[in-house]
Design a binder for this molecule. Structure first.
Ligand code: DAH
Length: 378
């Protein structure tokens, strides 16, 4: 009922309704009001509850107000007609509200059913399945090659002490080679033992491994390494290496070069030749740099389309990675007897190898995670 001029706020006498006919008309208008309100409501369950409270609510419903204001104080002569009209009105409201409720319930069940209905002819939701990153794939491929000749995989920490990253690898402080391996040092809480750094190569895991195991040792170590390099097409402050280490009491330089040659042929193809050149690393003696015959021009130095091969710059050879026979000084750090053991080590840059194998000319694409790139290596 509208708040303005609400007739249920007054008694029938105050409204001037003293004749039964007028009373009946008044009830008819209330009923009309109810019908109008109900018709205007959306047919949902919330409307039902709201109408029920408004009209039948015990405390402030319209029928309660009518009982209090119209029935109770009614003149004795009018009471029967007021009582009868009120009962009729109540029955009308109750039965109409009940029909409204049933209809509302049906409607909400119908919308729920419609919502839940599955249209099997619709295409399904396509969830793209990711693939392994090219770097992971190359790791796996290299690991498989070394598994096949008796190596196993070990891993080591990316946060290192200078002892493992440098000293135990025969790189004392102030050794010039440290200039090439400038790295990130960790900010440590005051009083914490330090310094700690992000490893610049996987070589420290050689030391961890030899500290824990006695020869024979044949391991490879895949992992991330860090350097303070500015990013460009061939440099990144984080990249990937696989370290290799084989130590036993009878390992020769021939075992070394034969192993590397086997690996390179497995990885790049049987037709690829290898060669090594003298080089320098503090933890190997002698040290070498391995090259493969250029996989783009077949080692001829001439591009297939004529002219100088742009990849090897006409040399016919492409530099692969560093390696060497383990320097006896390193054995001293891990309590191996340098007179009894010998071995070789190598450190393969994975990003570089992946770039060579797949003809990628910018290392940054590995770290940008552009799906258009990733999708080319499913
Ligand atoms: N640790 C070297 C680097 O990151 C790579 C390397 C060279 C590793 C020779 C070796 C090795 O094990 O024998 O530059």
């Amino acid at each position: 009922m509208p708040a303005i001029d609400n007739p249920t706020e007054k008694t029938l006498a105050e409204l001037g309704l003293t004749e039964p006919e007028l009373v009946a008309r008044q009830f008819a208008s209330v009923r009309e009001q109810f019908d109008k309100e109900l018709l205007a409501k959306p047919g949902d369950e919330a409307s039902y509850t709201q109408m029920k409270n408004a009209w039948l609510g015990r405390k402030s419903g319209v029928l309660t107000a009518i009982t209090e204001k119209w029935l109770k104080p009614a003149a004795p002569a009018l009471k029967p007609i007021v009582g009868q009209s009120l009962n009729e009105l109540k029955r009308h409201i109750e039965s109409n509200l009940e029909s409204f409720r049933v209809a509302a319930e049906k409607a909400s069940a119908a919308t729920a059913a419609a919502r839940e209905q599955i249209d099997l002819s619709l295409p399904g939701v396509q969830r793209p399945i990711g693939s392994r990153h090219l770097i992971r794939q190359v790791f796996q491929e290299i690991e498989d090659i070394f598994f096949s000749i008796g190596f196993s995989v070990v891993e080591g920490p990316e946060i290192e002490t200078p002892y493992y990253n440098f000293e135990a690898l025969n790189i004392p402080e102030y050794h010039p080679v440290r200039d090439d391996m400038d790295t990130f040092y960790l900010e440590l809480p005051k009083g914490a033992p330090g310094p700690l750094l992000l490893r610049t190569h996987t070589s420290p895991v050689q030391i961890h491994t030899m500290e824990k195991r006695q020869p024979p040792v044949r391991v490879i170590v895949p992992g991330k390494v860090y350097r303070r390099d500015n990013p460009d097409a061939t440099h990144s402050f984080m990249f990937h290496q696989i370290e290799g280490l084989a130590v036993d009491n009878d390992i020769t330089f021939c075992d070394f070069t034969g192993t590397i040659d086997y690996f390179v042929k497995q990885f790049f193809g049987e037709g690829v030749k290898t060669r090594f050149r003298p080089s320098y690393f503090p933890f190997t003696e002698p040290s070498v740099e391995f090259d493969a015959s250029c996989i783009f021009c077949g080692g001829s130095g001439t591009a297939k389309t004529g002219g100088t091969c742009g990849k090897c710059k006409g040399a016919g050879w492409i530099e692969l990675f560093g390696a060497g026979m383990v320097d006896p000084a390193v054995y001293g750090f891990v309590n191996y007897d340098p007179k009894k053991v010998s071995g070789f080590a190598f450190g393969i840059g994975i990003d570089r190898l992946a770039m060579l194998k797949c003809g990628i000319d910018d290392i940054q694409v590995f770290f940008q995670n552009d799906v258009r790139f990733l999708k080319q290596f499913p």
